[in-house]
Design a protein around this ligand. Sequence first.
Ligand code: FE
Length: 139
Amino acid sequence: MIYKKFNNKYIVRLNVGEDIVESVKKFAQEENIRFGTVTGIGAINKAKIGLFNTETKEYQSTILEEDMEIVSLAGNITEMNGEPYIHLHIALANSEHNVKAGHLNMAVISATGEIIIEAIDGYVDREFDDDIGLNLLKF
Ligand code: FE
């Protein structure tokens, strides 16, 4: 991971073998970003994506292992228990140009990752909500 800052925005390059979710968390720790937005594109060859099942309150996850283009990476950086909390969603295209998408748990860079992160001055905490079964934004 290499990055450069312009005002409150960062351009981040992720390298082969790096996991997007882990890297964004490490980045937020290094730069002390408590609140921000994440967007990106790039190429990966392994991902774990999920869908939150509102009945069981559990994620139904799928592991994808093939060459894929990141059509869209979107999400945010907040905080939970004093640590960066990375919430990302992703849309991925395969060699047939079919798209699979979902909540992102892990994505391994196969060529490069081009991520833009906007740091917002402030912070937002999270708290587990029993009714929903998710760590919701806390105000
Ligand atoms: Fe999600």
